[in-house]
Design a protein around this ligand. Structure first.
Ligand SMILES: *Cc1c(COP(=O)(O)O)cnc(C)c1O
Length: 410
C-alpha cells in the first residue's frame, strides 16, 4: 500500500451493511473525496523502501506498491478489501469476470495427476471447463450431486485436492450443506471452494461454515446493475496470494479500475437490494405456485423446496432466483419473449431489472452436463423438460406478478 493512501478506519464490530459501504474505503488525501477515486494509471512511481526494491518483496503480492495494474491497482484493491470484509475472509482477488476467478483458482490449485470433485450441475462455463478442458491437462475430474454427501465422500481419492460446488446451484437451485461438506473435506485434507454467486454474503457466508475459498461472479447481484463484468476469489491470505501470483499475473484477467468502481458503487446497496429481491421473489414464487399454467416452482424460501429446512439453516434471505416449469416449455418461452413488458426475456441474472430465460433440459444435457442414470433423474426431478430461470429485480412486486400472469395465461 503506497504511503499516500489511508484506509478509512471502521469500528472493529461494524455490521455488514456498514462494511458493505466503508470497508477498505480510501479517503482521497489530496481532496478529502469520500467516493472512491477511479485510478486509471497502469503504473505508479516507486519509492525506495517500497517492497519492489527487496529481493523477496514479490512473495507477498498484496503488500506490493501499485507497480503495474495487472498485479494490483488502488481502485481494484479497495474493492478487494470490501469483498474480503463482507465475506469475512482475510483477503480477496478481483478478476475480469467470474469465469476468470474460477479458471484462475482451478489452474493455481490443480496440477496434472490431481483429482477434482465438482458439482454435477453448476454454472455451464464451470461445468464445461472442469469436465472438458481440465482433463486435457491431466487433471482427473469426478462430477457428483453435492446434495448427496455420501456420494461426495465416496468420490474422494488419495489424490483429491479440491471439491468445488455452488449453493444454490445454477440453474436448478439445489442447496449444498456447506458445513457438512467442508467437515468431510477437512477430514480428508481436501480444499473446498464454493461459487456463492446466487447466495451473496447477504444470504450465506461460506467461510464461516468452514469452506476454504468463496467465488463470485461480481457481474450478478454484487454489482447488480448489469453494466460491468467481474469476478472474485476470497479466503485465507496465503491461498489468495497463491492465486494472485499465478492467475492474476500469468493468466492476465485483471479487472479494470473502471469496472471495479462500478462494482463498488453496486456493493453500496447490496444489502437493501438483496433483501428487496428476496422479499419480492417469495411473493412471485407463491404467485407462480398458484398459477394454473405452472407445473412446479423451485424457490429455497418455499416449503415445497426439497431442501427447505437446510435453506432455512444456511440462508439469511432466500435470494432473488426462482425456477419454474410449465407444460410445453418451448411454447411458453415464445409467449414470454413476445409478451413480457416488465420482465425481460434474456440470459444473465442478478440485475436491477427482472430477467427470465428457458434452460431446456435436452439442450443443457447435450451442451454441458451430459448426466445419465440417477444423476439425470435427479436433475429432471427439478427441471423436468425445461426450467425457466427467473431473476427477480427491483421493480414494483405487483408489476412483476401482473406481467408474468398476462404472458403465461393463454
Ligand atoms: C454468471 C455466473 C458465473 C460466470 O460469471 P461471469 O462474470 O459471467 O464470467 C459463474 N458462476 C455463476 C453461478 C454464475 O451465475
Amino acid at each position: 500500500m503506497s504511503k499516500s493512501f489511508v484506509t478509512h478506519p471502521l469500528p472493529s464490530n461494524a455490521g455488514p451493511e456498514t462494511r458493505a459501504l466503508d470497508a477498505g474505503l480510501v479517503i482521497d488525501p489530496a481532496t478529502g473525496a469520500i467516493a472512491p477515486n477511479i485510478s486509471m494509471s497502469v503504473n505508479n512511481v516507486l519509492m525506495p523502501g517500497d517492497g519492489a526494491f527487496s529481493a523477496d518483496g514479490v512473495e507477498d503480492l498484496a503488500a506490493l506498491p501499485y507497480l503495474y495494474a495487472r498485479w494490483t491497482n488502488p481502485t481494484v484493491r479497495q474493492l478487494e478489501q470490501r469483498l474480503a470484509s463482507i465475506e469475512g475472509g482475510e483477503d480477496a482477488l478481483a478478476s475480469a469476470t467470474g469465469m476468470a476467478a474460477i479458471a484462475g483458482m482451478l489452474l493455481t490449485l490443480l496440477k496434472a495427476g490431481d483429482h477434482l470433485i465438482v458439482s454435477d450441475v453448476c454454472y455451464a462455463g464451470a461445468a464445461e471447463l472442469t469436465q472438458r478442458v481440465l482433463p486435457d491437462f491431466g487433471v482427473e475430474v469426478t462430477a457428483v450431486n453435492m446434495a448427496r454427501l455420501d456420494l461426495v465422500e465416496a468420490a474422494i481419492r488419495p489424490n483429491t485436492r479440491l471439491i468445488h460446488c455452488e449453493s444454490p446451484v445454477n440453474p436448478i437451485l439445489r442447496i449444498v450443506d456447506l458445513k457438512a461438506l467442508s467437515a468431510i473435506a477437512a477430514r480428508h485434507g481436501v480444499l473446498t471452494s464454493v461459487d456463492s454467486t446466487f447466495a451473496t454474503p447477504v444470504a450465506t457466508r461460506p467461510l464461516s461454515l468452514g469452506v476454504d475459498l468463496v467465488i463470485h461472479s461480481l457481474t450478478k447481484f454484487i454489482n447488480g446493475h448489469g453494466d460491468a463484468l467481474g469476478g472474485a476469489v476470497i479466503g485465507r491470505k496465503e491461498l489468495v496470494a497463491q492465486i494472485r501470483g499465478r492467475a492474476g499475473v500469468y493468466l492476465g484477467a485483471a479487472l479494470s479500475a473502471h469496472s471495479a468502481w462500478l462494482i463498488m458503487r453496486g456493493i453500496d446497496t447490496l444489502y437493501p437490494r438483496m433483501r428487496m429481491a428476496s422479499e419480492t421473489a417469495l411473493a412471485v414464487a407463491e404467485f407462480l405456485e398458484s398459477h394454473p399454467q405452472v407445473e412446479r416452482v423451485i424457490y429455497p424460501g418455499l416449503a415445497s423446496h426439497p431442501q427447505h429446512a437446510l435453506a432455512r439453516r444456511q440462508m439469511d434471505v432466500f435470494g432473488g432466483m426462482i425456477g419454474f416449469r410449465t407444460r410445453d416449455p418451448k411454447a411458453t418461452a415464445s409467449r414470454l419473449a413476445e409478451l413480457l413488458r416488465v420482465v425481460h426475456y434474456a440470459f444473465s441474472l442478478g440485475h436491477q431489472r427482472s430477467l427470465v430465460v428457458l434452460m431446456d433440459t435436452e439442450e443443457m444435457m447435450a451442451s454441458t452436463y451430459r448426466l445419465t442414470g440417477e444423476a439425470l433423474a435427479d436433475y429432471r426431478a427439478y427441471a423436468g423438460d425445461g426450467l425457466f430461470r427467473l431473476s427477480i429485480g427491483l421493480e414494483t412486486p405487483a408489476d412483476i406478478i401482473a406481467d408474468l400472469d398476462q404472458a403465461l395465461t393463454p
